[in-house]
Design a protein around this ligand. Structure first.
Ligand SMILES: Cc1cc2nc3c(=O)[nH]c(=O)nc-3n(C[C@H](O)[C@H](O)[C@H](O)COP(=O)(O)OP(=O)(O)OC[C@H]3O[C@@H](n4cnc5c(N)ncnc54)[C@H](O)[C@@H]3O)c2cc1C
Length: 312
């Protein structure tokens, strides 16, 4: 889509150049498909030349500009460098969770996906599920780090203040070393994710379940070694951690369906990672007593809310 209000495209990675009416331009697959009537300049990250992926013994550094296609190829590079992290098994199902063709994969970036803040953003799911930590550069020259789990705070809302730039995401070796499980549901075969859960059984015996897509923002449930839950305890924890208003409501799934499937998939993951048979009914199945209530929570003031999407 043409963006007729754009007066300049400025190649830069310097947040100090940011001013009102600017937007960071990564792959452009959101900016050019949703369009805008207010933006004046695009600060183009296309010449950032940041190494897309850096593998070290401490983990993986993903540049915000790493494309989905580059991420998809990462398991081969990791194998070649003899890093056999089980967590790498999440990459391909998460990339495949994009409702998009290879053309989109070659342009759209990990950072652009996270910064768009869609509940169904598969790069948010992937990075949150592996305890990714984002580094953010600010216009005043400072930087800060934010866990990806806390980066998206609502439907198309993030913690970014105006002008802030997501530089990279660090995925720690400890999370990459975990056994992982992946579950995703969509209402249609090639539809957007309605529910996406990632589970980890960490080397220290702790269990981590990250809920995305069904909720407006990621929700993470952490159970330390020695306190790994049974089915009933997990169902209680899901119920306590995700109140009704947090379930997302759009054309890709009703909140009640998303809620039921969140309980079901969380239990599937728990059972798979602990090697137990699954409990899907009876006492542990979520009650259907009440209907979802619309959220009345105002957005925090330091957040950016994007124009609503109308496409994928
Ligand atoms: C056909 C099609 C199918 C799609 N399917 C899906 C899907 O299934 N799931 C999904 O989540 N999305 C989907 N999208 C949306 C989009 O492709 C992805 O969200 C993509 O990952 C966005 O990345 P990008 O690099 O193109 O972002 P851009 O369009 O360049 O930017 C998106 C937003 O993030 C900001 N931004 C980008 N990079 C940074 C940064 N480093 N720091 C700060 N702000 C930044 C931009 O200013 C803009 O507001 C689809 C789009 C299309 C056209």
């Amino acid at each position: 889509m043409d963006m007729n209000t754009i007066e300049a495209v400025v190649p830069t990675t310097d947040p100090a150049l940011w001013r009102d009416g600017d937007a960071w331009l990564a792959g452009g697959t959101v900016l050019f498909s949703y369009g805008s009537t207010v933006l004046k300049r695009l600060l183009d990250l296309g010449e950032a030349n940041w190494p897309a992926i850096t593998l070290t013994d401490e983990g993986i550094e993903l540049a915000a500009t790493c494309t989905v296609a580059e991420l998809y190829a990462l398991p081969l590079a990791a194998e070649a460098s003899h890093r056999e992290w089980p967590g790498l098994a999440l990459i391909r199902p998460c990339c495949d969770s994009f409702v998009a063709s290879f053309k989109i994969w070659n342009m759209s970036t990990v950072g652009g996906n996270i910064c768009t803040g869609l509940p169904a953003g598969p790069m948010t799911s992937f990075c949150a599920g592996l305890d990714g930590v984002g580094t953010i550069l600010s216009p005043d020259g400072t930087s800060r780090t934010v866990p990806v789990t806390d980066f998206v705070i609502g439907d198309m809302q993030t913690v970014l203040s105006p002008g802030e730039l997501l530089r990279s995401i660090h995925l720690p070796a400890s999370a990459l070393s975990a056994r992982v499980a992946f579950r995703r549901l969509s209402l249609s075969n090639l539809g957007r994710s309605g529910v996406l859960l990632i589970g980890r059984l960490d080397p220290d015996g702790g269990l981590v379940i990250t809920v995305t897509a069904s909720t407006k923002r990621p929700v993470q449930l952490r159970f330390p070694a020695g306190q790994v839950p049974d089915a009933g305890t997990l169902a209680d924890a899901v119920g306590d951690s995700i109140p009704w208003p947090l379930y997302h409501d759009d054309i890709h799934g009703l909140p009640a369906w998303r809620r039921d499937m969140t309980f079901k998939l969380a239990e599937e993951i728990r059972a798979e990672l602990l090697g137990e048979s699954m409990t899907v009914s009876g006492d542990f199945w979520p009650p259907h007593a009440t209907s979802p209530q619309p959220s009345t929570q105002p957005a925090p003031s330091n957040t950016q809310q994007k124009e609503a999407p109308n496409g994928n």
